[in-house]
Design a protein around this ligand. Sequence first.
Ligand code: ADP
Ligand code: ADP
Ligand code: MG
Length: 472
Amino acid sequence: MFKRILIANRGECAIRIIRACSELDIESVAVYSEPDSHALHVKKADQAVLIGPDPVKSYLNIHRIVDIALKMKCDAIHPGYGFLSENSDFAEAVIKAGIGYIGPSADAIANMGSKTAARTAMLAAGVPCIPGTEASLTSSDEALQVAKEMGYPVMLKAAAGGGGRGIRRCDTDEEVIENYAMTQREAMAAFGNDELFMEKCILEPRHIEFQILADSHGHIVHLFERDCSIQRRNQKLIEIAPSNYISQELRERMGAVAVQAAKAVNYVNAGTVEFLVDKNHDFFFMEMNTRLQVEHTITEAITGVDIVSQQIRIAAGEALPFTQEEVSFKGHAIEFRINAEDPQNGFFPTPGRITRYYSPGGPGVRVDGCVSSGYEIPPHYDSMCAKLTIWAPTWEHAVTRSQRALNEYDIRGVKTTLPFYRNIAQSDVFLAGQFDTGFMEQYPELLNYKAFEAREDIAAAVAVAIAVHAGL
Ligand code: ADP
Ligand code: ADP
Ligand code: MG
């Protein structure tokens, strides 16, 4: 087993990995940018090393991170999610330096990282894909021609896309022409790659993904599905496991296809195969994420498997401790991404100082966070500051428990997605448990709530100022 692991990430993701290391009796080494000097992951790790002054580029500095790992005598690196987690050059540099990489091979990352390359590999493996182009588009004229052949609506998508960016629906010829250049520009800015392809737009789709674990001895299992249909602008907000939409029979079929997809690219370690399921319950491969996923916590809640520990064990060469027949799930789990964003202002990020932070607890409540009272959320990073994961034996109980935990949760000083989630958790449409990716547009009234009382906020801010002044 590894003795010391470097965590090439920040925030709640780094803390999640530090926790796994601690339980496995492995030392953790955090890395950080200058603005993160007081971040929680820096305090929680056994050791911490400054990468450099730049808030974002620091966490993307392959050479420097590998160098720190060598100097600190780390025998493995965990990339987390975001940042370098889907960068095959990073995986390759780590392996070349003689350090273990806690993730799949550089080849698997490269093959699945490009959505067009992944489609080609999946079609060859007999996996049903969303109808679309295999090669990338070369011009808006070609895009127009493909759209006419495919029939509207279509989706223009960035081959290198991620995080919901670089995806645009087009309903008319004009929209294809208009969106082509725009999507290209967005893809170039976000991913440094402006390759686009086109897919048929699946109507009223459910985003249903399967968690995969594969060891280096040829065993692959899936840990069932997560339904991530509650999204905004193609970005996940709330995820549930299991899905209320698919039958046991469909679950088994989709799970088998997910395993088949992973096998086709000789996949090792944790990964996620994402599908869209349409209103006829037909399912289509959409993409594979070759890393740990933000929403892995709901799978942990229903299966009892510690996915991050398994990632580390797999990278260390251990065999999976269970077979497909031996994994099962129990109850229902819901994850709420607590983002420092103002839902009533287009989910605009709200960095700033947290004046009061009370996290919920009690049965079936898990909080993965990186913020506390007095913490200043920096403006440079993803706005997710905590994840609330609820588990209960039944769906109805998971919903009432969510209401209870969301009411206990109190974050002041910055606006967050909390009051919006309270509305969702209390709505009949959420309790019904059936939603597609159009949920947010369908129920705009869920955005109607009163933000917290300004007076209480000022009181909390004064309390923090006094505490800071008194050196508490
Ligand atoms: P998940 O399915 O794990 O929720 P997300 O797409 O939400 O995946 O991405 C997880 C994290 O990684 C988020 O912080 C997101 O902003 C970031 N991310 C995902 N893909 C990319 C990418 N290609 N480039 C930069 N950041 C990304
Ligand atoms: P990312 O890499 O950003 O996660 P995905 O390809 O996984 O991109 O798509 C993200 C989301 O965009 C999906 O969960 C879905 O809501 C929407 N989407 C993507 N492709 C399609 C499609 N062909 N039809 C309908 N919705 C789509
Ligand atoms: Mg995706």
